[in-house]
Design a protein around this ligand. Structure first.
Ligand code: PGA
Length: 240
């Protein structure tokens, strides 16, 4: 795992955006793996600016998002589909028909997961995957557990995640308790992975990434087995 320590969130966002822009320039029909949460917002802002400046082109890009709350409609302003439209897709020249987010209203989440993984495979696999990290070490919504699941699947959210995500909702009771998430193998199949961590509340989990242990209790530590991961963190998350 390569580690880039940035001065602050702004620099982290710029560094992350550079990696995505480079990928898109080298391969204009790249398949991007995208993430939600507060951390990637700055990176998306930079991609929007670069797109407006004519430096990067989304017209041949396909994207797959990591996860979606369940059950939740894509029109709901708390859905991750809505988040992606508002933070990236509405402001770049991407074909929305080629932007995929798990269907939070699927009547058969098991089949939804299988189809999602097949779609990713049919698109040629994810070229570059963006990840945030939960304070509990989750990536996507792969929560700490004895067993982790390989493919895209329906999962229960832990109390810790529900608590952390309640800041986006009016009250904690409104936070969905389930989500459809790409599984660990679905994530690990990406050719490159860019993991972002910002702020002092990520310091403990980043230090788990920087030791040489792997544990399903901190799902992100499995990324140490991937050959091409870049961790971009700011000084607060790094503990410098
Ligand atoms: P955050 O979420 O970017 O809002 O901190 C990260 C995550 O839970 O994966």
């Amino acid at each position: 795992m390569r580690v880039i320590v940035c001065e602050n969130y702004e620099q982290l966002s710029k560094e992350g955006a550079k990696l995505f822009a480079s990928q898109m320039i080298l391969k204009p029909n790249s398949v991007l793996g995208l993430a939600t949460g507060s951390t990637p917002v700055g990176l998306y802002k930079h991609l929007i600016e670069m797109n407006k400046a004519g430096e990067i082109d989304f017209s041949d890009i396909t994207s797959f998002n990591l996860d979606e709350y369940y059950p939740l409609s894509p029109e709901n302003d708390q859905s991750y589909r809505y988040f992606m439209n508002e933070n990236l897709f509405n402001f770049v020249n991407i074909d929305k028909a080629r932007t995929f987010v798990p269907n939070g209203l699927s009547e058969n989440p098991e089949e939804e997961g299988k189809n999602y993984d097949e779609l990713i495979e049919k698109a040629g696999g994810v070229d570059i995957q963006l990840l945030g990290i939960g304070q509990n070490g989750h990536i996507g919504f792969n929560e700490p557990d004895v067993n982790l699941i390989t493919g895209t699947h329906l999962t229960d959210l832990t109390e810790n995640t529900i608590q952390a995500n309640s800041r986006f909702f009016n009250s904690i009771d409104e936070v969905p308790t389930k989500a459809i998430t790409m599984g660990m193998a679905s994530i690990m199949k990406a050719k490159k992975i860019v993991l972002l961590a910002s702020g002092a509340n990520k310091k403990a989990v980043v230090s788990e990434l920087l030791n040489d242990h792997i544990t399903t209790n901190v799902p992100a530590t499995l990324l140490k087995l991937h050959p091409d991961v870049v961790l971009i963190c700011d000084k607060e998350a790094y503990g410098a």
